[in-house]
Design a protein around this ligand. Structure first.
Ligand code: ATP
Length: 296
């Protein structure tokens, strides 16, 4: 296996002087090609800051991020991000097919190949034949499938997913988790997924990286000893699943990780703003071009 993502001694501090706030503290890890690594951490610990730095949206105060050996200094062309809020990341004025094709405009693919890729990506996520619909004509779960199809269509070197299933109901969440694992294995995609949900991190991951309370540092990097074929009922009942889930919960909620209630709620409010900012950065930069696309 080759290393796809390398995060080395990464730190990020917001502000300076008395008002300085260290959000990420000297964090190092790698993700191998084809791996699905999950990150779990307490609310407000610095997950969004970390993802923004990895995505090239935020220059870190110190340390480096490399994608397939290349230093990340801006948003890499071969990186895709799926956010929690599908309703804001899909363009409502473009059809589903055009939404999925959209990032391919920056590749060398001709129009016919772009269409073919989009059709195949929609098929991979179980949405064959809905390309002519608009996002707002679909359920929330279907819209998130479209976001996943769009991310996969560009065959990214790294797919970053920031709480991707937090806005759908429990049944849809299970379906999307299984869909992600299936497609990720079929296509060999390297995925870094952030979740608040301990069970989800264990069910989905090949590895679970547990972050400390703010400032984020890695408290554990745990391999997931579950078979590749997983099932929402039997896997979650298995001894390995229950043991690992307990271990992650203890690391997150044990005394060393406890966060005071008021500090947590303040941090949480600021971090929502930060995640929103990241999403806006990416979506807005694409929106202008998407409007042009709609005219064509
Ligand atoms: N732009 C900013 N300026 C100053 N401080 C910030 C900024 N963005 C985030 N922070 C602070 O950095 C810390 C980490 O925030 P971040 O959003 O990365 O956490 P998070 O783990 O993603 O949060 P959540 O779990 O709620 O999504 C928080 O204490 C937050 O208050």
């Amino acid at each position: 296996m080759s290393t796809m993502l390398e995060v080395s001694d990464l730190s990020h501090r917001y502000g300076a002087g008395d008002k300085a706030h260290v959000a990420v503290n000297d964090l190092s890890f790698t993700v191998e090609a084809g791996q699905l690594a999950c990150i779990v951490g307490p609310s407000g610990c610095g997950k969004s800051t970390l993802l923004r730095a990895i995505a090239g949206l935020l220059p870190p105060t110190s340390g480096t991020v490399s994608l397939h050996g290349d230093l990340v200094t801006g948003v890499p062309d071969d990186l895709a991000v799926v956010f929690q809020d599908y309703s804001r990341s899909l363009f409502p004025w473009l059809t589903v097919a055009k939404n999925v094709e959209f990032p391919l405009r920056w590749t060398k693919l001709d129009k016919a190949s772009r269409r073919e890729r989009a059709t195949a990506a929609l098929e991979a996520v179980g949405l064959t034949g809905i390309g002519a619909k608009f996002p707002w004509q679909l359920s929330g779960g279907m819209q998130q499938r479209v976001s996943i199809a769009r991310a996969l269509a560009s065959r990214p070197a790294l797919l970053i997913m920031d709480e991707p299933f937090a806005s759908v109901d429990a049944q849809t969440r299970f379906e999307l988790e299984d869909l992600l694992r299936r497609v990720q294995r079929e296509q060999g995609t390297t995925v870094l997924l952030v979740t608040h949900d301990i069970d989800e991190s264990v069910y989905l991951g090949d590895r679970v990286l547990v972050l400390s309370k703010s400032p984020a540092s890695i408290v554990a990097d745990l391999p997931v000893p579950l078979p590749a074929e997983r099932d929402q009922i039997t896997t979650r009942e298995s001894a390995e699943f229950v043991t690992l889930r307990g271990e992650v919960a203890r690391l997150l909620h044990g005394p060393a990780s406890a966060v005071g209630a008021s500090a947590a709620s303040t941090a949480s409010a600021a971090s929502v703003a930060s995640a929103d900012e990241a999403e806006r950065d990416l979506v807005e930069s694409a929106a202008t071009a998407a409007k042009e696309e709609a005219k064509n």
